[in-house]
Design a binder for this molecule. Structure first.
Ligand code: CAA
Length: 261
């Protein structure tokens, strides 16, 4: 396993944990951190022993305080575009990892940090977390998918308000808007994420992956194409041992013993 300067990584019994680890800069996303995250996502995608991923930030203050402003400050238009394209590519890859990804948001999730959380499948926030897209206050717009994922997640009107005002909102407000799935006490954040990961892991692995793919692919299609995709994916489930086991266990009134096959 490669060593990372800005990330901590572990895989314990199928639950992988990525910790963004640049605490002195509140885990701000510079090119080096993004490159490391890019490589680590490739490693996870190829590692069948990883069943669920939890993504969090180191320290008590920040999940990610955004893209690195010091690095962006002197960029030209061309460099700005390629920085955005690279960040977008990494976040798209994260969003399309076969395994489910849970963001455990421990503090500030601003700009690129909010965008990173939105590229995860499920978001759990500590009550101390804060969210926002402050870019227009810096003379830029979100560049790592925020103008696209935020309205898809919380609706056009509410997204535009957050984008235009650059307001920072607390975890409860993020919950009210549907930006996060759940809010927990800070000391319980990782155990709540872990429990959710274990809950998902107890289900049929391939079916979970197909659900993820159907949601992700379907949202980019018209409804007819999306439901056609769903029928194909539904059919594939019947080629798995876990479908046989899941349905046999139901009929036999016992718990299924899934094998991930
Ligand atoms: N980039 C680079 N460094 C950052 C940073 C960022 N996004 N956010 C924080 N830091 C650094 C600070 O410069 C500071 O470093 P020094 O100790 O060397 O001075 C350190 O982290 C601690 O930060 P603060 O002293 O500012 O901490 P605070 O508690 O007073 O404030 C904060 C916390 C409100 C999160 C504040 O740091 C802040 O506003 N950060 C910037 C948030 C932001 O605007 N993010 C969007 C970036 S643009 C973007 O992300 C574009 C995109 O879509 C791709």
């Amino acid at each position: 396993m490669a060593e990372y300067s800005n990330l901590l990584y572990s895989n314990y019994q199928g639950i992988a944990r990525i910790t963004l680890n640049r605490p002195k800069a509140l885990n701000a996303l510079n090119s080096e951190l993004l490159s490391e995250l890019n490589s680590l996502i490739d490693v996870i995608a190829a590692d069948e022993s990883v069943k669920v991923v939890i993504l969090t930030g180191s320290g008590e203050k920040a999940f990610v305080a955004g893209a690195d402003i010091s690095e962006m400050q002197s960029k030209s238009a061309i460099e700005g575009r390629s920085f955005a394209k690279f960040g977008q590519q990494v976040f798209n890859k994260l969003e399309n990892l076969p395994q489910p990804v849970i963001a455990a948001i421990n503090g500030f999730a601003l700009g690129g940090g909010c965008e990173l959380a939105m590229a995860c499948d499920i978001r759990i926030a500590s009550v101390k977390a804060k969210f926002g897209q402050p870019e227009v206050g810096l003379g830029i717009i979100p560049g790592f998918g925020g103008t696209q994922r935020l309205p898809r997640l919380i609706g056009k009107g509410r997204a535009k308000e957050l984008l235009f005002t650059a307001d920072i909102i607390n975890a409860q407000e993020a919950y009210r808007l549907g930006l996060v799935n759940n809010v927990t006490a800070p000391e319980e954040l990782l155990s709540v994420a872990q429990a959710m990961a274990e809950n998902i892991m107890a289900k049929a692995e391939y079916a979970v992956k197909l659900c993820k793919a159907a949601v992700n692919e379907g949202l980019d299609m018209d409804l007819d194409s999306g439901i056609a995709y769903e029928a194909e994916a539904f059919g594939i489930c019947f080629a798995t041992a876990d479908q046989k086991e899941g349905m046999t266990a139901f009929v036999e009134k016992r718990k299924p013993a899934f094998t991930g096959k």
